[in-house]
Design a protein around this ligand. Structure first.
Ligand code: IPR
Ligand code: MG
Length: 140
């Protein structure tokens, strides 16, 4: 397969804000294994960014979010895994529910972190977010 046969995919991550903290999980059994990232996944065909953010959050952590808004975009080239994602970063406020580990085969654990004390190692989209100087608590 040549480079041009490969597909760039669209991912979406949700930075969920609660009490000045953000929710991150430790990835398992996929690209970025062992790295921390926000809830998220693949944008489905015909899906809005807001619906995808709400759906992935429910599927992965079983909580409801509100005020879902566009944060930024990252261009994520996973050299080792030979994958390329455009990742839409959404921001949302926690609404209700208790965080649950809904996909234990994909995630080791979830926890809340301050933006200036994020866990490491971070997943590539989150690394690229920080490289942009992006901070969801300082939205314009
Ligand atoms: P799934 O769909 O398994 O949640 O995908 P993911 O968490 O591996 O996310 C893929 C897109 C990334 C780059 C946000
Ligand atoms: Mg996911």
């Amino acid at each position: 397969m040549t480079k041009t046969d490969k597909q760039t995919r669209v991912g979406l991550g949700v930075l969920i804000l609660k009490d000045n903290k953000v929710l991150f999980g430790k990835r398992k059994n996929s690209h970025g294994e062992g790295c921390w990232c926000a809830p998220g996944g693949h944008l489905e065909f015909g899906e809005s960014f807001e619906s995808c953010a709400a759906r992935e959050t429910l599927e992965e952590v079983d909580i409801k979010i509100k005020n879902i808004r566009l944060g930024t975009v990252t261009n994520d080239i996973f050299e080792k895994e030979d994958k390329h994602y455009i990742t839409i970063i959404m921001v949302a406020d926690y609404d209700s529910g208790e965080v649950k580990l809904m996909e234990p085969e994909k995630c080791e654990k979830w926890d809340w972190f301050s933006w200036d004390n994020l866990p490491e190692p971070l997943f590539l989209p989150e690394i690229n977010l920080l490289k942009q100087g992006y901070n969801p608590f300082e939205e314009k």
